[in-house]
Each structure stands twice: as structure tokens, then as C-alpha cells.
Design a protein. Structure first.
Lengths: 500, 494
């Protein structure tokens, strides 16, 4: 763990930035937190609304077990304290997108208590600094609906599709000290959520958004007054908000002013934050325990099931890739940065080990290299992602097996892969039909070597005079004569023999 | 043959089964009484066609030899706090005037599924807030009872279930639903000489009942006999997965287990319920009740509920606090009234809509509730009230170590004239002094008529039982009913 050296240079000296994030993550669930209504994104307005979500008279909330389960699993993934007794509170305020006139949330007794997340400032670099960011709590709460002001010149419309959707509010401690740390924290949190499967992490669809708390102080001073910038919806924007807001506060303070505790909004088009409301006109939310709901009591069997259902988490996976599979730190970090990539890689690995009758460790390096260079290269070219890759893990493993058992060379493998991408055919069939099997037929290779050496008598002389680098030239010419299908090892041996 | 509208639920159910009369005849008789009693203003909406429809279904089933349902042939009144599919549901407010739910409350659905028919939606205090039925947007309900000696003052039927109590005592329906938050079943029952039981909190689903105070609201039946209450409650109660506070317990066979033999039972008499200055007639009524229970074989012991005097202030913090939040949904955005003055913004619309839609008592409680939950006052009021609530519940637990049930008066007085207490909210709130403690503790409690006072007005007795022990409460009620021999009914003046 290292202390951040990020400082803002002001006229009066250096300033340190203090950052805390409150991340709202939509819980992956078929149904809302307290009603059976569906939660699909992008549905027609007001088609995912139950009587409960619309707060019709006499309607009552019933907690959705799956939403609670996902929040508990998330808490376990950050090694947080899980509170077996928690309670829902009402946060009262009037707004047209809030049908009940209150949001059901958890103020006094949250579901998840303190935990921690380790971040690395350069994930790909094994020697980069790491830092532990404390998590204060995770509580579950209802999302509000959405107001639409652009449908009519004088009227506003309300879409209640999101009303009542389950959110986890993940509150960090004020442990971050730079835009990079804030960005790394949010990325890491997103990775964990996606691994756990408790949130899809789609920030552009609003499934994850952050309230960014920023203050500045002279190093060693107590915390300064903070501002909260609401609903920031990308890692890049969070970093921009920290940078901008910290500079703004330094400017205010150095001009002799005071930072006002207030809620601000980020305008990505102009890259600035604007005041939304100050503490003075903040709402009095009149929190009190929701009398429609009993306290949430979790039993050991439920907690055990949650624990059992947790997948291997990114840090553990990365360590295993490095130590058990022998991958480089860079490859291990890249493959584990995203749950989908890791899942794809592990399918490739399992299939490769099966076909080649080897251990996963024995096929890991070749698999990782192929995925990260060949496959990623091709996908980038095609503008596709792993999800819609034209070649699946099974097909990839077949291709790699042909290289591993010497049926084709690495060079030929690249050609075969191109054909796979174009035609959707599988590697063994392509190799068979196009006659791409590499040959170890010493007779044919010997003939080719003899011809290459005869055609290049001058170079043979130079080689024998000590210019050993020419060996590679003879190999290349021989391979070319063999149309790439010669076993490179056999070629090497035969050339050595021929040159005496 | 007895007049059909003077029959009890049990008598209608059984008489219909043996063919003494058809269900249609019963429905028609009650429909006629309802139509002839508009001077009482007990109904907000009359639904004679619904009563006939259920009756005809019962008659057809009987003719076809099909199995009959528990309430086949029985028409009832439905308090207009229960959402009824396709029938306007207002909670007696202007706010919800014209609101027609697309759904049926769990309790009313259970009643219809059991074969009961609906005579109409009964008037009540607005959003169930009141003790005299004077806060309804649709006008006061007039008690069918009058003082003796030619005093024609219009009297309160009690509240909030005043439409239910008036309609039952005037024979407009044999039974009705009520809801009880701080006494809204028991006090109106006492005022009109009928019986009503508030079961243990969680026995009846709250789903589809317009909420007043969620931690206190509980549905229950009102009828003229203890047996009828047992019959209705068996249908109304039961676990409902749509209500998180609903109790996941089987519904006991209360009717089959009715017994007025109280041998081996101990009746506690809480001394704090007999304060100095307690109305002498109420006090005397209570003493008679004690003798009746002794006569039924019970042993009487004095008990103490030391925190009783804090019950009323505690209730008037917790109930308004919950109400202030529960009623926030009436904002003019999605249903009910909307007042949108020219050029008004969202906040203006809220203010105008709520100023228009809520009556003075509802506004008073929303303001009290908002105040006690506000920053800086929350701990002094709400948190403190929750602590006292726990102490009150503890009082009962300790008392029930010494006895099996409690006997108390239901209300501190007989019915009063409409308008008499309206100017003084505190005097009105005092009506609930004996009923509120059991509500705060979530205990089953029942009102049964004991007799008439010197003015010829009914007085009630209250029985409070252990949580989930409705049976003992009903049995004690039956013991009193048998001994009180209460047969008085209001003379028809309407």
C-alpha cells in the first residue's frame, strides 16, 4: 500500500484531494425490489409497472428474495460484514417520478456493513502500487421513475418502468486521493459486480452510476468541506469530475472563499460541474422504519447458499493464472479484468486440455497468447466483441491442438484462422481440404534443402566463413520452398546436417 | 316468520340452507332497507345489483344441488376503505372521489369467494381518521339511536367505522367489515349496541385496504352477535403473501369452538382503566360485566398496566407519523383529484391538490406526523413513542402472566351528539383512551354490548386477549352476550 502523491499545485502551495464514491448499482433480477414487475431495459414507457410500483391505494411492498441475495453475495465478494438483521426505512419527499412519495431504502440498519476493495493503479503492471479502499456499507433501495420533458411543449410525462427497480448503494470511505484512484476503484468495483453477477455494470444504460464526493485540504489538515456531484455515469467522467471539482475548490479557497456543502451536477459536454442545491435548501427526508415491512432476518442456510454460489473472484483468479497456470502478470491481469473474458478463456483452456489430453497448465500459455493476440486482433478488425465472436472457444481449442501436435505450423495456423473467420469452417476440415498439414517427410525436405543450398552457393561460403546469422535465411528459403508446410524442427536439423 | 332483516348471519346462512327463504329474498329485503335509510347516510355507494348477483348465484347453486359456500346467501356491507374492483373506493375523501380500483382487496375477495354479496360501500371517517364519523367528505353518518325523552339530537355512530355500525344496528345489513387502527371497530360497535372484533395484528391481510397507519391498521368484522363475528373472521383472516406483515398461520375454527364456559379462565381487571372521574354509568356497566364473567365460571384478578396513561399520546405520534407518509401518494399525479391552477408548477400542483383533496382532520394528522418525523424532533417524538409502545406491549405481557383475558369499558362515554366534540380535537381523541393500548400492542380485542345507559343509549364492554387468542376473546364475549341479554334496537325514525 502506498500513499498517493497526487497534488494540486495552488498559489498557496500543494493541495490534497479527498474522494469518496457512492455507487448506485442496479441489481440483476427479473423482478423489482418490492413488486413482481419486470425490469427489462428499453421497454416502452409504463409497460413494466405493477400496482405497487404505481403506488395505488392499499398496495404493499414484499421484498424480492433474489435482490437481497444478490446484495448479500456482493457484500461477501468484498469481504464485508453481512448484517443478519437489517431493516428498511422510508425516505420521504415529493417528486413526480416517486409515486409513493417516499423511497424505500435502508438508513439506520443496512444489509451490508464494512468491507474493502484492493485497487491497483496500473492493473497490467505487477509492480504497480496497490491500495485498499474501505467500503462503509451497502444498502438496497428502490429506484425512481423517469420524467420526460421533451414530449410536449407544456407538459411533462412520467415513465415508471424504473420505479421500484432494486439498487445497491455501495458507499466507499473517503479513502481515494486522486482521479486515477477514483477511476481504478470504480473499474474494480464494476469488475467485481460483473463477476458476482449482481449487476451488469452497463454504465451507459444507467445500471451503474456514481455520486462523487470531493473535498480538498492541505496535506495533514483535517477534511475540508465536500461537495457531492450526482449521477456520474462513466469511469472517465468520474475522473473528470474529481479533477475539475478539486481545481474549482482550490480556486475558491485560494481566493479567500469557502466551499459550500452542496449537491452538484456534471455537464459532460462542457466538462464542468454546476450547483444543484445547497445544504440550506436540502430536503428533510423524515426517515423512519417502513411499517409495511418486517425487519429482514437472514438465516445461516441462506448465507451459506450465498457464499457457495460465489464464483472465483478477480483477485483470486489472477493469482491462480499467474501461479498455477504460469501466465505472465500482464496476461493474467488482462484475462481477468473482465468476467466474460475470463469465462471465454477458461472454456478455451478446458477444451484444449480435453482435446490434447494435457493439463490446463500445459496448454495455458499458448491459449492465452492466441486469445490476446490472434483472436483479439481479429475481433478488433471486425469490430466485434467476445460475445459475438465468429469463432468460439471450442473451435479455437481445435486450432491450437493442431499446432501443438505438429499437424500445422504457427504460420499456417494464422492462415487457417483467417479462413475460419471468413467461412465459419472448423480448423481440422480446412487443414484437410486445403492440404495444409506440415510434412516431416525427410526425403522431400532434404531435396528442398539441397536445392536451396545449391542455389545460394555464395551465402553457403559466407556462412562457413563465420556469418552464422545466415542460418535463418536457409530455414526461411526452405520453408518457402515447402510452402510453409515443413516441420520447422526437421528443417533445422537437416540444414545443420547438410552444412556439416 | 321473523323479519328477514332482523336475522343474524348464522340464521341467514342456516335458514337459506334448509330452504326457509331464498338468498334473493334476503338480498331484496336488505336492499330495500338500505334504500329506505338514506337519512342515516351510512352508505357512500349502494350496490343492490351486487347483492342480488351473489344471492342468485347462491340460489342457483342450491337448486343445482352444488356444495354451498360458508357465506352463501349472506349479504354484507363493505367499509369504503377496502378497494373493490369496479366499484368506487374513496376512503370517504374528496381526494379519491371517482377512484375505481382495478383490483379487489384480499379481505373483500375472501368474503366474495365465500359467497357473500355486497350491499354497498359504507361511509367512514375520512381515511379512517376520526371517532364520530364527522370527517367524511360525503357527510356525517347519523346514528340510528336517539336519546330517550324526545331528544331528537343527531348522534354519532362512532368512528371510523361509523357507516358499518349504523348500518348494522339499523338492520341495513346483518354484518359488515370494519378496520381498526386505534379503536375504529370497537368504539362504533359500542356506540350502536353491536359487536365487533379487531383480531391480532397480522391475522387479516392489509393488501388493498387504503392505508392509514400501517403498523396499527387491522381489518375485522362487525355484527350483532359474537357468533356472527366468529363466522366472518374465519373468512376474512388468513396468510397473504402480498402483505409482509401478514401472519403465516392457519385460521382456527373459531365458530366451532365457541363456548361461554369460562371455568379455569382468569379475567384481569386493569386498575388504570378506572381513573378518577370515570363516568359512573360506564363504571357500573363494567362492574356488571365482571359479575357476568364470574357467573360464567371465570376467576377475577386485579392487574396493572402502568403505562396506560402514555398510550394515547404515543398513539397520536405513531399513527400520524405513518399516515403522513402513507398519504404522500395522493399527489394528483396518477389518480384521484388533481388541482392544477393556471401556470402552476409541480410543487403548486401538490399544494393545490392536497389542499383540495384532504379534509381538516386529515390535514391536521399529516401535519402532526410530518412534524414528529422532522429533523431535530424525530428522537424526541417518534423514537420515544416507539420505546413507550414497547413498554405498553410489555405491560400486557406481564398482565397475561396473571390472567387469560382483560375486561375493560370500550369507550369512556356513550354516543354523543354530532358537533358536540368537533371543535376540540383533543376531547375527540380521548374517545380512544381504552381502545388504543390493545392496538399499540397488536392484541385481539372485542367490543360487545352490555346494556343501555339512563338515556337509553348502548354501552359496550371490551375484552382484550393474548396475541393469537381470539378464541378466548370470542368465548368471553359470548358469555357476556348470553348474560347481558341485549335485545334493544333503535326505533325506526328514518
Amino acid at each position: 500500500m502506498t500513499e498517493s502523491t497526487y497534488r494540486i499545485q495552488g498559489a498557496t502551495g500543494e493541495w490534497e484531494v479527498v474522494i469518496g464514491l457512492e455507487v448506485h448499482a442496479q441489481v440483476t433480477s427479473q423482478a423489482k425490489l418490492f413488486s413482481g414487475a419486470a425490469t427489462a431495459f428499453g421497454a416502452e414507457p409504463n409497460t413494466q409497472v405493477s400496482l405497487v410500483d404505481a403506488a395505488m391505494p392499499g398496495m404493499l411492498p414484499v421484498p424480492n428474495r433474489e435482490c437481497i441475495r444478490q446484495a448479500v453475495r456482493t457484500g461477501m465478494a468484498i469481504e464485508a460484514q453481512i448484517n443478519k438483521w437489517s431493516r428498511f426505512d422510508r425516505k420521504n419527499y415529493f417528486y413526480a417520478d416517486l409515486p409513493q412519495g417516499y423511497q424505500i431504502s435502508q438508513l439506520y440498519h443496512p444489509l451490508v456493513g464494512e468491507g474493502a476493495i484492493e485497487i491497483s493503479l496500473d492493473d497490467k503492471n505487477p509492480d504497480a502500487a496497490t491500495k485498499v479502499i474501505g467500503i462503509e456499507r451497502i444498502h438496497v433501495e428502490q429506484d425512481a421513475g423517469k420524467l420526460m420533458h421533451d414530449q410536449h411543449p407544456t407538459r411533462s410525462y412520467v415513465d415508471l418502468n424504473r420505479s421500484g427497480v432494486a439498487l445497491m448503494e455501495i458507499v466507499s470511505k473517503p479513502d481515494m486521493r486522486s482521479p486515477a484512484e477514483a477511476g481504478a476503484y470504480l473499474s474494480k468495483l464494476r469488475t467485481i459486480l460483473r463477476y458476482v453477477g449482481s449487476c451488469d455494470g452497463n454504465m451507459d444504460q444507467g445500471s451503474m452510476r456514481a455520486d462523487v464526493n470531493v473535498s480538498v485540504r492541505k496535506p495533514g489538515d483535517p477534511f475540508g468541506t465536500r461537495t457531492e456531484t450526482k449521477n456520474v455515469n462513466s469511469v472517465r467522467f468520474v475522473m473528470a469530475v474529481v479533477e475539475h471539482e478539486a481545481s474549482r475548490q482550490v480556486d475558491v479557497l485560494e481566493a479567500g472563499g469557502k466551499v459550500v456543502q452542496e449537491t452538484r451536477l456534471y455537464d459532460p459536454d462542457r466538462n464542468e460541474t454546476r450547483s444543484m442545491r445547497s445544504k440550506e435548501d436540502a430536503h428533510d427526508y423524515r426517515y423512519f422504519p417502513d411499517p409495511d415491512l418486517l425487519p429482514l432476518e437472514l438465516d445461516d442456510a441462506f448465507l451459506e447458499e450465498c457464499r457457495q454460489s460465489l464464483p472465483e473472484l478477480p483477485d483470486a483468479k489472477r493469482q491462480r493464472y499467474e501461479q498455477a497456470l504460469g501466465l505472465s502478470a500482464y496476461n493474467a491481469a488482462t484475462l481477468t479484468a473482465d468476467a466474460d473474458t475470463a469465462r471465454w478463456f477458461e472454456a478455451l483452456l478446458a477444451e484444449g486440455a480435453r482435446i490434447q489430453k494435457k493439463s490446463e497448465g500445459e496448454v495455458a500459455k499458448a491459449s492465452a497468447n492466441w486469445l490476446l493476440s490472434e483472436l483479439y486482433g481479429a475481433l478488433n478488425r471486425l469490430g466485434k466483441s467476445l460475445d459475438d465472436s465468429p469463432v468460439g472457444p471450442e473451435e479455437g481449442a481445435e486450432l491450437l491442438a493442431l499446432v501443438a501436435d505438429g499437424t500445422i505450423s504457427g504460420t499456417i495456423a494464422k492462415q487457417v484462422f483467417e479462413i475460419m473467420l471468413e467461412t465459419g469452417e472448423r480448423a481440422p476440415k480446412i487443414v484437410e481440404e486445403k492440404g495444409l498439414k506440415q510434412t516431416s517427410d525427410t526425403g522431400a525436405i532434404e531435396a528442398a534443402v539441397a536445392k536451396v543450398l545449391a542455389d545460394n552457393g555464395d551465402k553457403v561460403e559466407q556462412y562457413k566463413a563465420g556469418k552464422e546469422a545466415l542460418f535463418g535465411f536457409f530455414v526461411g528459403q526452405t520453408m518457402k520452398a515447402m510452402q510453409g508446410k515443413a516441420n520447422p524442427q526437421v528443417v533445422n536439423e537437416l540444414i545443420k546436417k547438410a552444412l556439416g | 316468520m321473523t323479519e328477514l332483516t332482523n336475522l343474524t348471519v348464522a340464521e341467514i346462512r342456516d335458514g337459506f340452507r334448509v330452504g326457509d327463504f331464498s338468498a334473493r329474498e334476503v338480498a331484496q329485503a336488505f336492499n330495500a332497507n338500505v334504500a329506505a335509510a338514506r337519512a342515516l347516510n351510512a352508505f357512500i355507494v349502494e350496490t343492490p345489483e351486487k347483492a342480488l348477483e351473489a344471492a342468485d348465484a347462491a340460489d342457483r347453486a342450491k337448486a343445482a344441488g352444488e356444495a354451498l359456500k360458508p357465506l352463501s346467501g349472506v349479504p354484507i356491507g363493505m367499509k369504503d376503505l377496502f378497494c373493490t374492483e369496479g366499484v368506487q373506493t374513496t376512503a370517504a375523501s374528496h381526494m379519491l372521489e371517482g377512484f375505481t380500483p382495478t383490483y379487489e382487496s384480499t379481505v373483500s375477495k375472501k368474503l366474495w369467494d365465500a359467497g357473500a354479496g355486497m350491499l354497498g360501500k359504507l361511509n367512514l371517517d375520512q381515511f379512517a381518521m376520526g371517532s364520530s364519523n364527522e370527517t367524511s367528505y360525503f357527510g356525517n353518518v347519523i346514528s340510528p339511536w336517539r336519546r330517550g325523552g324526545g331528544d331528537n339530537a343527531a348522534l354519532a355512530p362512532g368512528g371510523s367505522s361509523g357507516g358499518s355500525s349504523a348500518a348494522i344496528s339499523a338492520r341495513l345489513c346483518p354484518a359488515a367489515t370494519g378496520t381498526d387502527t386505534g379503536g375504529s371497530i370497537r368504539q362504533p360497535a359500542a356506540f350502536t349496541g353491536i359487536s365487533g372484533i379487531k383480531p391480532t395484528y397480522g391475522r387479516c391481510s392489509r393488501w388493498g385496504i387504503v392505508a392509514f397507519a400501517s403498523s396499527l391498521d387491522q381489518a375485522g368484522p362487525m355484527a350483532r352477535t359474537v357468533r356472527d363475528n366468529a363466522i366472518l373472521l374465519e373468512t376474512m383472516a388468513g396468510f397473504d403473501p402480498k402483505d409482509s406483515t401478514s401472519l403465516d398461520l392457519a385460521v382456527p375454527q373459531w365458530e366451532a369452538n365457541l363456548s361461554s364456559d369460562l371455568k379455569g379462565k382468569k379475567v384481569g381487571i386493569p386498575k388504570e382503566y378506572r381513573p378518577d372521574g370515570l363516568n359512573a354509568e360506564i363504571s357500573a356497566m363494567w362492574d356488571r360485566g365482571i359479575e357476568w364473567l364470574k357467573d360464567a365460571g371465570a376467576e377475577v384478578v386485579e392487574v396493572s398496566l402502568p403505562h396506560t396513561k402514555y398510550a394515547l399520546p404515543t398513539y397520536y405520534i405513531i399513527a400520524p407519523a405513518e399516515a403522513s407518509s402513507n398519504l404522500a401518494r395522493y399527489d394528483g399525479v396518477r389518480y384521484g383529484q388533481r388541482d392544477l391552477p393556471d401556470g402552476a408548477g409541480l410543487q403548486d400542483m401538490y399544494a393545490a391538490t392536497r389542499a383540495l383533496g384532504f379534509g381538516p382532520e386529515v390535514k391536521r394528522r399529516i401535519m402532526i406526523g410530518t412534524y414528529v418525523l422532522s429533523a431535530g424532533f424525530y428522537d424526541a417524538y417518534y423514537t420515544q413513542a416507539q420505546k413507550v409502545r414497547a413498554l405498553i406491549a410489555r405491560d400486557f405481557e406481564l398482565a397475561f402472566e396473571k390472567c387469560d383475558l382483560l375486561l375493560t369499558p370500550t369507550a369512556p362515554s356513550a354516543s354523543f351528539a354530532l358537533g358536540e366534540k368537533q371543535a376540540d380535537p383533543l376531547a375527540m381523541y380521548l374517545n380512544d383512551v381504552f381502545t388504543v393500548p390493545a392496538s399499540l400492542a397488536g392484541l385481539p380485542a372485542m367490543a360487545v354490548p352490555g346494556g343501555l345507559d339512563a338515556q337509553g343509549l348502548p354501552l359496550g364492554l371490551q375484552i382484550i386477549g393474548r396475541a393469537l387468542d381470539e378464541q378466548t376473546v370470542l368465548n368471553a364475549g359470548l358469555a357476556i352476550e348470553e348474560r347481558a341479554g341485549f335485545t334493544a334496537r333503535p326505533d325506526k325514525w328514518w
